[in-house]
Design a protein around this ligand. Structure first.
Ligand SMILES: Nc1ncnc2c1ncn2[C@@H]1O[C@H](COP(=O)(O)OP(=O)(O)OP(=O)(O)O)[C@@H](O)[C@H]1O
Length: 313
């Protein structure tokens, strides 16, 4: 668990981060979001002590990070940044293995870890291990950057706009990959972005920052349902937020119990489908209710349009 307790950072007279408190439970993906200069990167870098905090306390697993040896702390924490920071004259394999080598793992263990991570990130070993960063596409280089950050199996992964420089399709693919990987490795991830859509897609917990302060924090559905002020509402897309919320809400959360007497429905959804898909299907088929079925096709519920109108997004 990472805890920030009344944390501030001053640069001369300027307050970059202003008395923020935040708890990030183990295994969760917390996204810091906000416009340029609001203090997101400074907050992230205070966690691995690339920047020291000026006031307050930062604790990892209950221990103040000031008490840790800086080098050791940084090796326990993976760090992935925009434009990857890969060493240009090193191969992909050597770049990925840098931290395990610093930690003096033996050669075979480093080699095995590099292979494992390349497989996890979808990079074919024979094709990519001996390439140099300039021979990679932006998305491939970013995958190598993430693999390198994970190499020593850190409990915590800090990611600073890691997909910021990529085209929208590559970016969406890497977001999906990150969610897939996270479902396997369950790291505690702190992710910085200025893109609210990216935050809504990835986060378990969103922290909206402005001028060094936390304006609002909570799960994506809460931020969408109840933005704290006009600034957050603008960030989440104003009138568009109903659809965004529908994309995050599962049918299972909104359905009613199966109604034996109801006429057979033309279209079906599963409890794991998004409400956005359900709305599309209703519009497409011109119906006001859908049958909800499980993986085996058994009817488990009903989703009437009234659920969307009364309580929906
Ligand atoms: N080393 C520094 N010296 C002086 N001021 C700094 C330094 N680093 C950051 N700042 C200031 O602190 C504030 C917060 O910067 P920070 O980089 O954390 O913002 P950010 O939200 O990550 O922005 P961006 O998305 O543009 O990177 C800014 O006003 C910035 O100018």
């Amino acid at each position: 668990m990472i805890e920030l307790d009344g944390v501030s950072r001053f640069f001369g007279a300027e307050v970059a981060v202003d008395n923020i408190s935040l708890t990030i439970p183990d295994g969760s993906l917390c996204v810091l979001v906000g416009t340029s200069g609001c203090g997101k990167s400074t907050t992230l870098r205070m966690i691995n002590r690339l920047i020291e905090h000026s006031a307050g306390e930062i604790r990892i697993d209950g221990h103040q990070i000031r008490r840790f040896n800086e080098e050791k702390l940084r090796r326990r924490i993976g760090y992935a940044i925009q434009n990857t920071g890969l060493f240009p004259h090193w191969t992909v394999a050597r770049n990925i293995g840098v931290v395990p080598r610093l930690l003096k793992w033996d050669h075979a263990a480093v080699d095995q870890r590099v292979r494992e991570l390349m497989a996890l990130l979808g990079l074919e070993f024979d094709e990519f291990a001996n390439k140099y960063p300039h021979q990679l596409s932006g998305g491939q280089a970013q995958r190598v950057g993430v693999a390198r950050a994970l190499a020593a199996d850190p409990g915590i992964l800090l990611m600073d706009e890691p997909f910021g420089a990529l085209d929208p399709i590559t970016r969406a693919n890497l977001q999906t990959e990150l969610l897939r990987i996270q479902s396997h490795i369950r790291k505690t991830i702190v992710f910085v972005t200025h893109d609210m859509d990216e935050a809504l897609r990835l986060a378990d917990h969103i922290v909206v920052m402005r001028a060094g302060r936390i304006i609002q924090q909570g799960p994506p559905t809460r931020i969408l349902a109840d933005p704290a002020d006009d600034f957050v509402e603008t960030l989440v897309g104003g009138r568009d937020r109903g659809l965004k919320r529908a994309a995050l809400t599962r049918v299972g959360e909104m359905m009613e119990p199966a109604d034996a007497g109801a006429p057979a429905a033309v279209a079906t959804v599963t409890p794991d489908d998004s409400m956005r898909l359900a709305v599309s299907l209703m519009l497409w088929h011109g119906v006001s209710r859908l049958a909800v079925v499980d993986d085996t096709g058994r009817r488990v519920g009903t989703l009437p349009l009234s659920r969307l109108v009364d309580e929906g997004p």
